[in-house]
Design a protein around this ligand. Structure first.
Ligand SMILES: C[S@@+](CC[C@H](N)C(=O)[O-])C[C@H]1O[C@@H](n2cnc3c(N)ncnc32)[C@H](O)[C@@H]1O
Length: 197
């Protein structure tokens, strides 16, 4: 019999997506802060179902176009609002109650490596996103450190997140202990605080 081999534990995206699938329900509003080529946007659009909405950001026209094409190909475009904007401006552009926010940091694969997420704008976007998360909502980040500026971004981001009050947020990091300081890692933040929005 041709048995499919199981996925290993070293697949960061699968780990994050399992959690998101548990948290996101049909009809929810979620955000993709770095649309790229649209893989995460498609996943989120499937999670929220027909009644839900995904707000997807990217600063690059190429990324917005690629994401739009992929969504149309999968018949999911009507669930997504694509915004060619810096995610550090997401605050006023997204609703108050968002169930999940996803960041896949770094540069667009196969494109200009100079157009990359940066500490200052990433932290500002995370700050605004956390403010809009629902109680028990999740903000998930995949962080890459191998490219120029990646290590700096990862350190400033983890410094910022380490200081979030634990009564308001649970911050969990998944990191390879045996793959060096340039290996990617994930962070998930759950909002514990109930806002009176
Ligand atoms: C690693 S890629 C994202 C991959 C994507 N999630 C996917 O599934 O294909 C990172 C993306 O972040 C975008 N980006 C970089 N800085 C940004 C910013 N300040 N605001 C919004 N998007 C940004 C880049 O243009 C790039 O497309």
């Amino acid at each position: 019999m041709n048995k499919k081999s199981p996925r290993g534990i070293d697949d960061t995206q699968t780990l994050i997506n399992h959690t998101l699938q548990r948290v996101i329900q049909e009809g929810d509003i979620v955000v993709d802060a770095t649309a790229g080529r649209g893989k995460d946007t498609v996943f989120l659009a499937q999670c929220v179902g027909q009644a839900g909405k995904v707000y997807a950001f990217d600063i690059q026209e190429e990324a917005i176009r690629a994401t739009k094409d992929l969504l149309q190909e999968r018949g999911l475009f009507d669930r997504v609002l694509l915004l060619q904007k810096n995610h550090s401006e997401m605050g006023p552009l997204i609703p108050d109650q968002v169930k999940a926010i996803v960041f896949n940091l770094g540069y667009l694969p196969g494109s200009n490596k100079q157009i990359v997420t940066r500490a200052e704008t990433t932290i500002e976007a995370v700050r605004q996103g956390l403010d809009r998360l629902t109680h028990r909502g999740i903000l998930a980040l995949t962080v890459y450190r191998g490219h120029e500026g990646g290590l700096d971004e990862s350190q400033k981001l983890t410094n910022y997140l380490s200081l979030l009050p634990k009564k308001d947020f649970s911050v969990i990091q998944g990191i390879y202990l045996n793959q060096g300081e340039q290996s990617p890692f994930w962070i998930m933040i759950q909002k514990n605080r109930e806002d009176n929005r």
